[in-house]
Each structure stands twice: as structure tokens, then as C-alpha cells.
Design a protein around this ligand. Sequence first.
Ligand code: SR1
Ligand code: MG
Length: 418
Amino acid sequence: MEYRQLSPETVPGFLKDISSVQQIFSDLDDLEVEEVGDGNLNFVYKVRQRKNPEQTVVIKQAVPFLRIVGESWPLSRTRMNFEIQALEHHTKYCPQHVPEIFYSSTDMSLVVMQNLNRHAVLRGEMILGKIFPKLAEHISSFLANTLFPTTDWCLTGGEKKAMVDRFINPELCKITEDFVLTNPYEDHETNVYHDEVTQADKDYLQQDSQLKVAVAEMKYAFMNHSEALLHGDLHIGSIMANEEETYVIDPEFAFFGPIGFDVGAFIGNLFLAYYAHEVRHKMLGREPFEYRNWILRTAEETWNQFQAKFEVNWVAHEQDAPSSYWNYQEGHIGFALQRQRFLRHIFEDTIGFAACKMMRRIYGLAKVADIAEIPDLKARLEVERNVMRMAKVMVQQRSSFRSIEELSALAQEISPLR
Ligand code: SR1
Ligand code: MG
């Protein structure tokens, strides 16, 4: 099939020929299509049958450019090949948190999937101040269950290298290398500053040698530490949820990288929301204490539960296929120490990458609505300064935090929980 970019007008004709889709709709001549993509890269269409709107799918299609910039910024469509492969992996290891895939095509660079119409994008819902009681439980499961099976603790060297090879994703990694781990820390032409940002604010990030060395270390880790198959872009816009269920979407940035990058992406976004809600909750006419407290507890529970579940998976794997390496009298002690040290390493990476994910959203090209859509620029600037203060300590002192609770204590030191 030859690639063509779909439009709301051409979607129904395209779907008609797909047998797995024919089984979903009782009448393929009566479809209503709406383009709903609000991401930076792709186009997303919601398709419903007019008379039976519960008969519905979503189509996500990659176009050969970066949507946030436009056609002047070419970006190959192969990103959808990585997304399709990663969705298959996520479905295998954690189906309860992945949308059902009905059809995929690398030629057309698209997937047709379950319309999560009883769920909404987490970022939008959190901006509205909604609480998701099961979020930490679900995301920690997603992380532990998708990451552990692709580590060298689980796969053989040969299996792992074959998978690494299938997930060499240089173009999207380059986006992260540039927009998350380089450009925001220099006065780069792709950065975007609002009118209240002062030279001193920029220098705080862009002329601090200790900070720049620490960020460069995180970038090096991102580029060299092929620890597990990552989602690669696990911010709260890549999650759809309601009070009961949580789905992880959009794994086009998938590649083999440092585990802390995925965990840190999620936790860093929670801290962004924590700072945003000092202002946002007042905009909502509510006292922020309860909501911000929930955000901090969610960050803590996510890390603590992730760590426990990752270890459970590791121990179960060792019990299923005991290795001769730990087969000596005190082998269980050595194995426990190994787990403890590895999880400590992931914790440090989590803090360092969370910090980078926070900082990139302030001056970098791609913002987060939580902060960037605060209309009062002075209030927004105060939020941004708090984010910068915390992120700077996190990345520079990432090896000195003993627990996730120490991290949320730092968040409260900078902006007290009230
Ligand atoms: C140009 S930066 C675009 C961003 O959107 C994606 O969601 C990734 O976070 C990427 O960095
Ligand atoms: Mg995305």
C-alpha cells in the first residue's frame, strides 16, 4: 500500500477495506470523523458510527514532518514502526494498561486502536484538579512489567542485542537529545521565552557550570546506557485515565535506554504539576492543599511500588530459571545486594532525568499546558522559578537522596504544601 496522509474526509474510505475494522462497525457508510490530535508530532482521528456512537475507533497516523513546527521540519514516518513494535511489547507484558490494537500498517504509518472514550488525557484532567486514586499503582505496574523483561537480568545477551537492534530509533532519540538534554541549557534558537523571563533567569540555567556538567552526564547516560526497552516519552500527556483505569499511549520514542528515563519522566511531570497547582488551584477557586498532597503522595507511591514490583519480577525470574552464578551458600545475599545496588542506580537516574524533564518544559520548545497556559505571566514565572530551583538541586545532588520522601520534602521546602 502506498502512503498517503489521511484527512477526516478520506478516513471512512480507508477503513472500509480493513477486515478487522469491518467487525467493529455495523455500518461503514455512516461514520463521523474528528481530528483530535493535540500532540507535537502526529494526527489523531476519532471515528464513530453516527447512529451507534459506541462503535468507535481511533486512528493515529504519523506524517513526514514534526507537527509542532510544520512541514519545514522533516521527520521520517518510521517512528510509527517503533510505536507499533512497542505497543506489541507493552500488550504482551502489561495488556491491562495498553489500548487494544485492531490494525496497524507500516506502509501507511498508522494504527487503528481502541477509542478510550471513557478516559481522558491525564494532563488535561490534572489541570482541572481531578484525583486519580489508582494512578501510582497502575503506572508502577506498567513500568515494572514492561521494563524488567527487556533487561539483561532477564534476557540472554543474544536476545537482548537482537531487540536493541530492532529498536535503534535515532531520529526520535535525537529529538530528546536536543530538546530535553541540550537546547534548554544554552541560549538556543529553538527555545521559547515569555516576556517576563529575565536574563538572570536564563543564566540560572544556561550559565551554571555545575548544572551543565550534571545535565551532560544525564545526556551521556541517555545515549549510552541501553538498559531496557523504554516507552521513551512517558509524560502525563502520554497517559489516558479515569478513576478506575489507566492506559499508556504514544510509545513512538521507544528505544533501549536507561530505565530511570521512563520513571523520571512520569515523576518529573508530577512535580511540574505540584508547582503549577499552587497557582492553578487558586484559578479553580479551591484550596490547593489536598490536591498537591495527592500529587506528592502519588510520586512517592509510584517510586516505592515500582521498586518493589521490579524486584518481585526479578526474584520470580530467578526462581523460574535459577542461575548457577548465585548457587553458593550465601548466594541469596549476593543476589539481594545486586538488586539493591541496581535499584539504587535506577533511583539516581530517575531523579536526574526527572529534573531534565522538568527543566526542558520551561525554556524549551515544547511546553506543558499546566504551566504555559497560566495566563498571569508573573504568577507563571514564579512557578517556573520554583521548578528550576528544585530541578537544579535534583540533577546536581541526585546521588545524595536516600528516599523518594526526601525528594518530596525538597519540593515542599521550595513551595510549602498549603
Ligand atoms: C520538538 S519537541 C517535541 C516533544 O514532543 C514529544 O511529546 C516529546 O516529548 C518531544 O520532546
Ligand atoms: Mg507523544
